[in-house]
Ligand binder design. Structure first.
Ligand code: FAD
Length: 479
């Protein structure tokens, strides 16, 4: 665990009066002092924040309203929290305040099979939402690999996405409406429950990806699509990274309607082999390609993929015909993040995106940074979207300065290739100091004014997204 930088917090008087009112209004639905477990100080970023004054275990949107009314009255910061699986420290409190835990609001309220939408509580587990709608013949495509851990509110706040984004897009493409609660407790429904709609500003799109800095979310209404009839998964091995990424380019150019196009480099391939996935010994890179649709459509697309991969000098293309083979492949891919973490004591995982034609230059940059700074560096991920998880691993705390330099160079190279700093994990705490590399000053100023309109007192998740001081550091350097 790394320690988060501490932000100035409320005075003792504000904390005491806020605490008394929370206790009076929410009773047993609020935790204080020793009742608060360490979990509420961190998330999957492994950054340790401040011990909260209180953890509100919200059971309904009126609990959220109450917490945000009290927070505003006593000027106490609020950190909304759902599954706590975020990777950039979004749910880490940086000063004494309220953690607003919404994971308990996990109900699936309404599945409208005529209109094709589902309304769920902010704490609904993604895997449970996916399973529930599929039982009714519907499909909710966003599939971050943390589906068992994360909740819908966290997905919305981060605009989460996974392998299927290549064909189906990210969370934002499925959010129709959000029950929105502002600091101060005003509640309203933003959005719609119809397939189309153009009224006023698109506030829903603004809330998606806002990382808990604008408002808290209650129920979320999500668009569904019909569940595909069949799915076919292929695993293609290549003699080099450049051959594999050449195949990515060829598949994209041929407009193969794959739903996933995942890339794994030679180091992550070794992890796949350790998980029992049979892969050609000479392979240095792997593509996992998945198509869906009718049986005939899947077979037709599989033929095309086979042909393209062969032209790109694939060593072997396996079709995972059996459900067990498919599950083994995806399990190993989904466990990759955890498995990679086991390679060293410390890991930092970035999720940069570049235009797909620049993927090879990105992968080369990662290798060069590993060599230059003598650190373990690897990359894998959603090549179809140009979005790779770049991991740096190290054991000795003295290597942190080198890692910080490698991360900065990675970001600078990503931007010089026409890319963006984050494809799905958001900015949070860890990348806040780098946002000015990508967003010009006038845009940052506009974003700050938008934030101030929602949250004039600056109590919603302070220290996230924006650098805490001009050109200042917010914690990434600590890694
Ligand atoms: C093993 C693993 C694999 C992962 N793979 C992926 C992946 O493939 N794709 C991907 O996109 N991400 C991935 N992640 C990251 C993470 O799971 C996602 O960012 C996820 O969306 C976070 O959801 P959560 O419910 O855990 O949110 P939390 O971590 O609790 O919070 C995330 C952010 O949402 C805000 N928030 C939470 N609840 C609310 C609310 N009610 N109202 C307003 N704001 C709120 C928080 O303040 C915070 O800023 C992975 C994480 C792990 C641990």
């Amino acid at each position: 665990m790394f320690r988060a930088p501490e932000l100035p917090g409320p005075s003792q008087g504000q904390l005491d009066s806020g605490k008394a009112e929370l206790l009076r209004s929410l009773g047993s639905r609020v935790l204080f002092d020793d009742e608060i477990s360490e979990d509420y100080r961190s998330d999957d970023s492994r950054i340790l924040g401040e011990k909260p004054l209180a953890v509100v275990l919200a059971e309904s949107s009126s609990d959220i309203e109450t917490a945000l009314t009290i927070a505003k009255a006593h000027k106490i910061p609020v950190v909304p929290r759902a599954g706590g699986s975020g990777r950039t420290g979004g749910a880490v409190p940086l000063c004494r305040g309220i953690v607003l835990a919404t994971a308990g609001m996990s109900e699936l309220h309404e599945l409208d099979g005529r209109e094709g939408f589902v309304r769920v509580g902010p704490g609904a587990r993604l895997s449970e939402v996916q399973a529930a709608v599929e039982r009714e013949g519907w499909f909710y495509p966003p599939d971050p690999n943390s589906a068992e851990l994360c909740c819908i509110a966290g997905n919305v706040a981060e605009n989460a996405a996974g392998p299927r984004a290549f064909k189906y897009g990210a969370t934002r493409d499925y959010v129709l409406g959000i029950e929105t609660i502002l600091p101060g407790g005003q509640k309203f429904f933003a959005g719609r429950k119809t397939r189309k709609g153009v009224t006023g500003y698109d506030v829903v799109s603004l809330l998606v990806g806002s990382e808990g800095t604008l408002a808290a979310f209650g129920d979320v209404t999500l668009k569904l699509i019909p569940k595909p009839e069949e799915v076919l998964t292929l695993a293609a091995t290549f003699p080099s990274l450049s051959h594999a990424l050449g195949a990515v380019g060829a598949l994209v150019q041929a407009q193969v309607p794959a739903r996933c196009l995942e890339f794994l480099d030679e180091k992550t391939l070794a992890v796949m082999r350790q998980s029992g996935v049979p892969l050609a010994p000479s392979a240095e890179a792997l593509l996992i390609i998945e198509v869906d649709g009718s049986e005939a459509e899947c077979e037709h697309q599989a033929e095309r993929i086979l042909g393209i991969c062969e032209q790109c000098r694939a060593i072997e293309v396996q079709v995972a015909l059996l459900a067990t083979a498919r599950a083994q492949l995806w399990d190993a891919r989904k466990q990759m993040s955890r498995a990679v973490r086991a390679r060293a004591r410390h890991k930092i995982s970035e999720d940069v995106v570049v235009p797909r034609r620049e993927l090879l230059r990105l992968v080369d940059c990662v290798r060069e940074l590993g060599d230059k700074y003598s650190i373990d560096a690897l990359s894998y991920g959603h090549a179809g979207d140009g979005n790779l998880h770049v991991n740096f691993l190290w054991n000795d705390p003295e290597e942190e300065t080198k890692v910080a330099a490698a991360v900065r160079e990675l970001f600078v190279t990503t931007l010089s290739l026409g890319g963006t700093l984050s494809g799905e994990h958001g900015i949070g705490l860890l990348k806040a100091e780098f946002l000015p590399l990508e967003h010009p000053r006038p845009l940052l100023d506009l974003e700050q004014r938008i934030k101030a309109t929602f949250d004039p007192l600056g109590i919603m998740n302070p220290g996230k997204i924006f650098p805490s001081e001009p050109g200042g550091r917010t914690g990434h350097g600590a890694c």
